[in-house]
Design a protein around this ligand. Sequence first.
Ligand SMILES: [Zn+2]
Length: 319
Amino acid sequence: MLKKFEIVTSLSLLLLLCSIATSGFGQTENQYLGPIIDMHLHAYTNEDFFGPAPNPTTGEMSTDNATEHRRQTVEILKNNNIVLSMVDGESPEAVDAWEQILGDGVIRGLRFENPEDLDLNLFSEWVEEGKIDVFGEVGATYAGFSSADSILDPFLEISEEFDIAVGIHTGGSRPGAHILNPDFRLRYGDPFLVEDVLVTHPNLRVYLMHSGSHFYERTAMLMVQYPNLYSDIAILNWYTNAEVFLVPFLKLAKDYNVLDRVMFGTDQMVWPEAIEMAIDKVQSLDFLTLEEKEGIFYMNAARFLNLSEETIAKHHDQE
Ligand SMILES: [Zn+2]
């Protein structure tokens, strides 16, 4: 028979074990295990590939060529049940190589920084030929342009007409970005600059990439005001120190009731391992319910992309 203090000690031990179970192993209860959509991946050619470069969070060195980068990334996508990815390239050709491997698991994006480099006729041709599903990443802020600069208007008009989604870089960049990109300005990453685009093109499907990072409060405000505006949490979920934006943004989005328009993305750039870092980060956020994680990892993007019930069922069968 146990003495009183032994009973107390045993009870404490039991409680301790229970709390370890819920905080550690118990996390599996709140882990999302279904298919994932990554709304923010980049394709490169061997010409525009910028590795080898150290992962800004881990220091691990990337590969030095686009072919190996693609091979590594595809393997990680498959291992993590990422069934659909928005992959953008500086030209449709860069995305072709991905589509050859992943087929309809690829949403084709067109990435650019300087809007002056875009050719409207070529763009229309690509759209009509089905070579572009997403106009973006619009990285105009790197070239010293606001995302709402009138130079983009004709491209946005075509996107609206052909129901091409638009992904706009919002927020900051790596510290010191202006050294390599002298025209970069943080102020052009202000999500409020996108407001006029939302008003002028009411039927355009727009998502704010990086959820505005430094300006996350403005992203959440805009999402309240504009019920068809979405965002992705790429970079915020793996980049060094970016959690200072991720956690308060998601909490605010939850409070404002707009969390069902926040989508998963990674922006792994040349570091495929960042995809798993990003998944683990979102899985570890215990203020999110399992249903909210399911929304972020899959359902919100499925809605934004107007995926058919058949496609959604197929993605769930792939598990
Ligand atoms: Zn970006």
